[in-house]
Design a protein around this ligand. Structure first.
Ligand code: A3P
Length: 317
């Protein structure tokens, strides 16, 4: 279950006791591990994923900062890779199953005492992760497995994150103020943060190894969903054929995975996955929603940090 501590190995407990610790966004604590902040409940999963996961050359790993559009990327990638298996869009699994159930987050899969058995996953295996590039298991870096990173501008990522955590906070804990959340986000202390280091890790790899890491931006995907879906298909080695283009398959997958379509489905409105209501993953799905929430001072501060951190890297939002 999300946000619930699993039974931990003694090794993990010992490790946590050595790490710098701070208050998290709900009621949990976060720990600084290899340069990034991780919530207590996921520590076991992260460490076991790093230690035991053996990447296959044909694996596909979706890597995102939380709230960058993970749900969308999972749906699109699942739709792309399984389009021959599910040619009838009216019968598609995405209509009745939440994308988080269809594409597993590896650190969640490993978040238990026993090492999970992955033999039932068929090739190409499609997984996702929130881990930054530097924390990925060595085999994921050294194999020819492909990594797709989806990033989103820091202001929308932050606002989305603030809403998300407030929806998960128990009533008894009260709401997390925008100011407190903002302060934590800016200091980098949010799960899988600092946000900027997370984004830059994948950005640099995508420049150095474009055949291995594809870097997508949420804003560009919203603006040009079809072109970016084709880009994703080409990168994953399953480009759309002229026949598919003529039949409108690209549009079908894009529409199937759109915010409007997914957010209105019964499964995503009224059901839960891993103990969390699916609807929390669908809020507005827009670019620029931050304008409604951030003060001029907050905007100035976040822009300044982003400018400093991304200076000279070629990355812009
Ligand atoms: P907002 O809170 O700004 O609406 P994640 O999937 O990484 O948890 O990110 C969640 C964010 O992606 C939320 O942003 C959510 O509304 C948006 N989202 C979910 N599904 C989407 C889709 N199919 N297309 C575009 N955005 C989507």
């Amino acid at each position: 279950k999300y946000f619930q501590e699993p039974e931990m190995t003694q090794e993990c407990r010992d490790l946590i006791s050595t790490l710098p610790t701070q208050r998290g966004w709900i009621h949990e604590t976060i720990h600084q591990y290899q340069g990034f902040w991780l919530e207590t409940w996921i520590m076991q999963g992260v460490v076991a994923f790093q230690k035991h996961f053996q990447a296959h050359d044909t694996d596909i790993l979706l890597a995102t900062n939380p709230k960058a559009g993970t749900t969308w990327l999972k749906a699109l990638s699942f739709g792309l890779l399984n389009r021959v298996r599910y040619p009838d869009i009216q019968q598609h699994p995405l209509l009745t199953i939440n994308p988080h159930v269809l594409v597993t987050i590896l650190e969640h899969l490993y978040n238990k005492k026993e090492v999970p058995d992955l033999t039932s996953f068929t090739s190409p295996r499609l997984f996702s992760t929130h881990l930054p590039y530097s924390l990925l298991p060595i085999s994921a870096k050294n194999s020819t497995c492909k990594i797709v990173c989806l990033c989103r501008n820091p202001k929308d990522t932050f606002v989305s994150r603030w809403h998300f955590f407030n929806r998960l906070r128990p009533m008894s804990t009260g709401a997390l103020s925008l100011e407190d959340a903002f302060d934590m986000f800016c200091r980098g202390s949010s799960g899988f943060g600092p946000y900027w280091d997370h984004v830059l890790g994948y950005w640099k790899e995508s420049i150095e190894k474009p055949e291995k890491v594809l870097f997508l931006k949420y804003e560009e995907m919203k603006e040009q969903p079809i072109a970016n879906l084709r880009r994703l298909a080409d990168f994953l080695g399953c480009p759309f054929s002229p026949e598919e283009e003529a039949k409108g398959v690209v549009n079908d997958i894009s529409r199937l995975c759109s915010f409007d379509n997914l957010s209105k489905l019964e499964v995503n409105k009224n059901e839960k996955s891993f103990g969390v209501e699916n609807k929390v993953f669908f809020r507005r799905g827009e670019v620029g929603d931050w304008m409604k929430y951030l003060t001029a001072e907050m905007i100035k501060k976040l822009d300044r940090i982003t400018e400093e951190k991304f200076h000279g890297t070629g990355l812009r939002f």
